[in-house]
Ligand binder design. Structure first.
Ligand code: TMP
Length: 212
């Protein structure tokens, strides 16, 4: 668009194994974009603040047990309950930096052995990210970083399976970042890619839906 009101924000997702550095890089990106005067927000999935999010949180902390399909659909529902707000924010010019999204949903559930297409189906129609930043780290390296908080999926053998499943999800919107570089180098790299994406979206790149 030509005036500032028609400039949409970008949907930027960070993905990666647990302890890959997504969360700290996400907040650095927010600070960076805000510093440049862009309207931006930091989101994360699961969003534990909703009722569905509470159920997910109980499951992750092993306080409840749920069938693998059931928890998969709850993670998806947790994104669906945010979809319309997400669209409004983007259309009114706010860039969203999102810590985990549908790719986590599919990678973690298919790592348990659930059918890939079945896992992808409930994500169809959610907003498609303009950019997916995958913080690439070997599962062994991530485990060495420590700080696995003891949540359900924070185990090396399972994370190895998740890493394999993530590999099958890469598409044209993905940028693979070596997460073992010094933090400042990763930060610089991400800033460049993200700024480019934000400007492309401002120029009128249309929003689309998963999976595309
Ligand atoms: P977090 O540590 O980023 O809050 O994520 C919690 C865990 O939930 C993490 O191990 C990844 C997993 N997860 C899924 O299994 N499916 C999903 O859809 C999402 C968003 C996260």
């Amino acid at each position: 668009g030509s005036n500032s009101e028609s400039k949409r924000g970008a949907l930027i997702v960070l993905e990666g194994l647990d302890r890959s550095g997504k969360t700290s890089q996400s907040s650095k990106l927010l600070t960076y974009l805000e510093g440049l005067g862009h309207s931006a927000e930091l989101w994360r999935f699961p969003d534990r603040s909703t009722n569905v999010g509470q159920m997910i949180s109980m499951y992750l902390s092993n306080k409840s047990q749920l069938d693998d399909h059931t928890i998969h659909l709850l993670f998806s529902a947790n994104r669906w309950e945010k979809r319309s707000l997400m669209e409004t924010k983007l259309k009114t010019g706010t860039t969203l930096i999102v810590d985990r999204y549908s790719y986590s949903g599919v990678a973690f559930s298919s790592a348990k052995g659930l059918d890939l297409e079945w896992c992808k189906a409930p994500e169809i129609g959610l907003l498609s990210p303009d950019l997916v930043l995958y913080l690439d780290i070997q599962p062994e390296k991530a485990a060495e970083r420590g700080g696995y908080g003891g949540e359900r999926y924070e185990q090396l053998e399972f994370q190895k399976k998740v890493a394999k499943c993530y590999q099958g999800l890469h598409d044209a919107s993905w940028k693979i970042i070596d997460a073992c570089q010094p933090i400042e180098d990763i930060e610089k790299q991400l800033q460049e890619i993200v700024l480019d994406c934000v400007l492309t979206c401002q120029k009128g790149k249309p929003l689309s839906n998963l999976w595309s």
